[in-house]
Design a binder for this molecule. Structure first.
Ligand code: ARG
Length: 598
């Protein structure tokens, strides 16, 4: 991220002040880095209360070095700090608080937003870097259920965020299309599929029923399990064309159905691959592990121990020779590196699979150590499990169809129909209610997954998610639509060179500060692999704007944005357009569409 110029000014002066005040103390203890503005820059924090300043430097950590109490340090530095044109500081307890001149901040920030438009907040930090994001990774022949909703939404958003920062971000859908369960499914299909022909269910729902039925029957009839094992062996061997063809069919039919759901969600991938693709890529890795003497046999199975003593060994091959999920992930990390030469590879997968990824990464680490892979070629530091918490869906009404899975499509349908009702009530004259309702419904569902930190569990509750007033997607979309309507009403172009210094009320100042914070929110989202930071920023910005928008003039009437005062109106409209751009862009980064009317 490009650096904030006010922070830089501040850091430079503080570094200089430290040198003036305490040069010998820092030198004595070899702490000269405090004279480096970049070092100070990285220590800057955001005060909890924005009225305290744009940013602050806590000085507690220096107390021991210089032998002064923190408040003394702060006031000594504040005393000799050279006031710059735009930054002033005050010492408050153990903090140096920096205020940025509001007219300067407004001019710079609004100028930048209106100049850059949708590119505001973009950066080139990722230029030339390849970053893989694997997300969704649903299992074929099963309904696309809400268990895979959060990974789909989180990952798609991360892909967009990293693209904004200049990364060559590649979105991968790694389908669960391999494993012993396909032996079971094929056995079940051959035995019972005729009974389902003519029934009004989707192909996938049928396959899922067959799979469930297999498990029920296998409890009594053990020979089924043996049959399934043989069928999967044939599939892995690739010699049995009929079996392979059946599997192919399941796969392509599944992809077709998923595609429809991804389209409705507006989720894209650069590559759809799957576990099966790795079928012929595991043996060479297994051989490397054996050659490095990292494998051993345990109860007939081939395993690798991982350094983490809390974890059981990683299973590569079962006693019957079948490979496993982990074997494929190990081979997959190498395959993806060969194909993309990634700098980072993210796996957006629920935290219930944390141990799995620790094992997989642990095996790769041991292999690279044993093979003495040069540091700059190791995968280990590039691999990242982007884990996330549970989604608790309190909706029993929807879990009737096909076992206990709530299909994502039912959630989308329900969201859209509830939103249609809401719009019919609020804005019955709106054209294309259905299209808007689809955007808002999907937006609401997505926002519910992104507006809490990823490691926090989500409690999905229809009312809370769809409200136009709470901390929701519809609230942001509604705010955005209102901003668009103000622009339509104003009807004149708004350019970057408007004089905005008259935006000096408390409410406008807060809005400007939040506009200025947007690039940092994006950087935080990328650093933490969590779109939450953008969602939270958008909510703050919308809240601050709505406060300004609803502000009352001294006579008690709402202080209208568009008035007879042309220069004031122009300045306020520059703010309006800036907020519309930033909220719109925030929503885009979250994967949420922003209708112009709703
Ligand atoms: N298909 C798996 C499941 O539904 C998720 C795959 C996650 N990705 C991975 N590389 N293991 O549980």
């Amino acid at each position: 991220m490009s650096k904030d110029e006010f922070k830089q000014q501040f850091a430079a002066h503080v570094a200089e002040a430290f040198q003036q005040c305490y040069a010998d103390k820092f030198q004595e203890l070899g702490q000269q880095q405090v004279f480096d503005p970049d070092f100070i820059y990285d220590l800057l924090e955001k005060p909890k209360d924005p009225r305290m300043g744009r940013f602050a430097l806590p000085v507690f950590r220096f107390a021991r070095i210089v032998g002064d109490k923190p408040p003394t340090i702060a006031s000594r530095i504040a005393e000799i700090f050279r006031k710059t044109d735009s930054v002033t500081i005050t010492a408050t307890g153990g903090f140096l608080n920096a205020q940025v001149d509001s007219a300067t901040l407004a001019t710079k920030t609004i100028g930048q937003v209106l100049e850059a438009q949708k590119n505001y907040g973009a950066s080139s930090e990722g230029d030339g870097k390849n970053l893989l994001v694997e997300y969704s990774s649903v299992n074929i022949a099963k309904p696309f259920g809400i268990a895979h909703l959060r990974t789909t939404i989180l990952g798609a958003s991360l892909r967009t965020i990293f693209k904004k920062l200049g990364y060559n971000a590649v979105g991968i859908n790694y389908l669960g299309d391999w494993g012993t369960q396909f032996g079971k499914l094929i056995v079940a299909f051959r035995k019972w599929s005729k009974e389902y022909s003519g029934k009004d269910i989707t192909r996938i729902a049928m396959l899922f029923l067959l799979y469930v039925r297999f498990h029920k029957m296998a409890k009594e009839d053990k020979s089924l399990v043996e049959d399934a094992r043989n069928v999967f062996r044939a599939l892995e061997g690739g010699g049995d064309a009929k079996t392979t063809e059946l599997w192919q069919q399941f796969r392509s039919q599944s992809i077709e159905e998923f595609k429809r759901i991804y389209d409705r969600l507006g989720v894209e991938f650069d590559l759809i691959t799957g576990e099966a693709n790795l079928n012929d890529k595991m043996q060479p890795i297994i051989e490397r592990l054996e050659k490095a003497e990292l494998t051993r046999i345990s109860e007939g199975a081939l395993v690798v121990d991982v350094d983490d003593t809390q974890l059981p060994p990683c299973l590569l091959k079962k006693a019957d020779g079948a490979t496993l999920y982990a074997t494929r992930d190990i081979a997959g990390a190498f395959w993806r590196y060969e194909k993309f030469g990634y700098d980072q590879s993210l796996y957006v997968v629920a935290n219930s699979q944390s141990d799995h990824f620790k094992q997989v990464f642990g095996v790769i680490k041991r292999l690279e150590e044993a093979e003495q892979t040069p540091d700059n070629q190791r995968l280990t530091p590039r691999l990242k499990h982007v884990d996330f918490g549970w989604v608790k869906f309190g909706d029993r009404a929807m879990s009737t169809r096909g076992g206990n899975v709530i299909p994502v499509e039912d959630v989308i349908d329900k969201a859209a129909s509830l939103v249609t009702d809401m719009i019919r009530e609020k804005n019955p004259d709106l054209e294309n209610i259905d299209d808007t309702a689809a955007m808002v419904g999907v937006g609401a569902v997505k926002f519910s997954q992104l507006s809490v930190k990823r490691q926090t569990d989500v409690n999905f509750n229809w009312e809370a998610v769809l409200s136009f007033e709470g901390e929701t997607g519809p609230y942001l979309q509604y705010t955005h639509a209102r901003l668009c309507s103000l622009e339509r009403k104003f009807g004149q172009p708004v350019t970057a060179d408007v004089n905005v210094v008259m935006l000096d009320g408390e409410e406008e100042r807060r809005v400007v500060e939040l506009l200025a914070d947007f690039p940092e929110a994006i950087a935080d989202a990328a650093r933490n692999y969590d779109p939450y930071f953008i969602a939270a920023h958008s909510l703050r910005l919308a809240g601050a704007f709505n406060k300004f928008y609803q502000r009352k003039a001294p006579d008690g009437r709402v202080d209208k944005i568009i008035s007879d005062n042309t220069s004031l109106t122009a300045a306020r409209m520059a703010l309006v357009v800036s907020v519309r751009l930033v909220i719109g862009e925030g929503l885009r980064l979250l994967g949420i569409q922003a209708p112009e009317e709703m």
